[in-house]
Design a protein around this ligand. Structure first.
Ligand SMILES: [Zn+2]
Ligand SMILES: [Zn+2]
Length: 139
């Protein structure tokens, strides 16, 4: 999968990726559960072409979230310092059906039993997830 396109619910904001998409993951941290509904795929933001009224919200010490300021759809997450993962929400992709599987779960000990995820995806605990992200921060 080389290029993907996506849009928010109202259509005011669209985007286009270039380069290879990286691991699709589900994040079960409190913020993601409340804000997005959970799942994302990694993209290269330097090559991400966003068009529309995106509002960035600083959601943690390291991260910020981008949503369409017209309709509020959550679409993006990135590290504030530009290092590490940059992701788009799978639900905003025009071809969301092209994402075959979740490769990784962050904050896996927080997965609601009702989601009933199956498969071989890596499951990182809250502690493992935090250690992983702290190791990515540019010091
Ligand atoms: Zn919108
Ligand atoms: Zn999260």
């Amino acid at each position: 999968m080389t290029q993907m396109t996506g849009r928010c619910m109202c259509g005011d904001t669209t985007y286009k990726t270039s380069g290879e998409a990286s691991a699709a993951h589900a994040c079960h941290c409190d913020d993601c559960q409340r804000f997005t509904g959970t799942a994302f795929v990694g993209v290269d933001f330097e090559a991400l072409d966003i068009s529309g009224p995106i509002k960035w919200f600083t959601s943690s010490e390291w991260g910020e979230r981008g949503s369409c300021s017209a309709c509020g759809s959550d679409m993006f997450w990135r590290m504030r310092d530009g290092s590490g993962p940059q992701v788009v929400s799978i639900g905003s992709l025009d071809e969301a059906v092209s994402i075959a599987a979740i490769d990784k779960h962050y904050f896996a000990d927080n997965i609601p039993p009702a989601f009933n995820f199956t498969g071989e995806a890596v499951r990182m605990s809250r502690e493992e997830t935090l250690t992983h992200f702290e190791s990515l921060i540019n010091v």
